[in-house]
Ligand binder design. Structure first.
Ligand code: IPE
Length: 269
């Protein structure tokens, strides 16, 4: 039986976060190559990707993470309902770039957009994972952070890829590890990166350890590295390894997925 790895490609890694709807094709190609290495090594992959500049900017402007708010409070040309539709479409567009990168390497992959199968937000969102579970060996199941319907007054909200990975890693059988591939950092740093200052990488991280997450609150509606670490510890508690690595460095993502020692941060119980 092949083992599984759940990989999150961060939105800040696969898109240029400062420029609206700009994918980083060279990074996607590198990541696809490493994903292929996993498959070639008998490791099945569930891939979750983030939004970056395809999701956060518009979601923030139209306050989609807060759910339905008074129409008068929304500043912009669109209604919230129109913004929900546009962000969903933008995410489908980003997903197409992801799928293109996989297809270029002849990787067979199927996307399951969360707005079609998931409800509610956070790590206990509702949604049937059986389609992921039943994937034949070697077929990559792909999903991503999205705008989903929610119960109650909020009506809709943002389901982060960092929440999706929790249920996928915990509930699917044979998941060995969860790997967060990130842009611009080697893992969890002791303090936010500063120009000209050497990065102090925490190669292991315990729950109790104090760290200051670098959360770009003006553009990121779901929570930065702090959320990844928090969600990572939920997964670790179920006996699944959790590693955070730089997704721009040759081979690190594949090495982490295959259980080789790698520069990055490993969560420890
Ligand atoms: C956010 O998903 C989804 C939207 C804003 C529509 P993520 O939380 O997984 O995205 P990144 O990785 O931070 O970009």
């Amino acid at each position: 039986m092949r083992d599984r790895v759940v990989i999150k490609w961060g939105g800040g890694l696969i898109t240029d976060k400062a420029a609206l709807k700009t994918p980083r094709i060279d990074v996607l190609d590198l990541l696809a190559e490493q994903l292929e290495r996993c498959l070639d090594n008998e490791m099945d992959v569930v891939l979750v990707h983030g939004a970056g500049s395809f999701g956060h900017l518009k979601a923030k402007q139209y306050r989609l993470a807060e759910g339905r708010v008074n129409a008068q409070e929304i500043k912009g040309e669109l209604t919230q309902d129109e913004a929900v539709e546009e962000v969903r479409q933008d995410m489908l567009d980003l997903n197409e770039h992801v799928m293109n990168a996989l297809t270029k390497r002849d990787i067979s992959a199927v996307t399951l957009p969360p707005h079609q199968w998931a409800r509610n937000t956070g790590p206990h969102f509702n949604g049937d994972l059986s389609l992921f579970q039943d994937a034949p060996p070697g077929i990559v199941l792909v999903t991503y952070g999205d705008v989903v319907e929610c119960d109650g007054d909020s009506e809709f909200g943002i389901l982060s890829g960092d929440d999706l990975v929790v249920r996928l890693a915990v509930e699917l059988p044979r998941v060995k590890r969860l790997v967060f591939a990130m842009g611009g950092v080697d893992g969890v740093l002791a303090e936010p990166p500063q120009p000209g200052r050497e990065q102090h990488l925490l190669t292991t991280l315990e729950r109790e350890q104090v760290f200051r997450g670098d959360h770009a609150s003006e553009i990121d509606v779901t929570g930065g590295i702090g959320l990844k670490v928090e969600r990572g510890f939920l997964v670790l508690a179920h006996g699944v390894e959790v590693i955070l690595v730089c997704g721009e460095a040759q081979e690190r993502v594949a090495d982490a997925c295959l259980g080789h020692s790698v520069r990055g941060t490993r969560l420890v119980a």
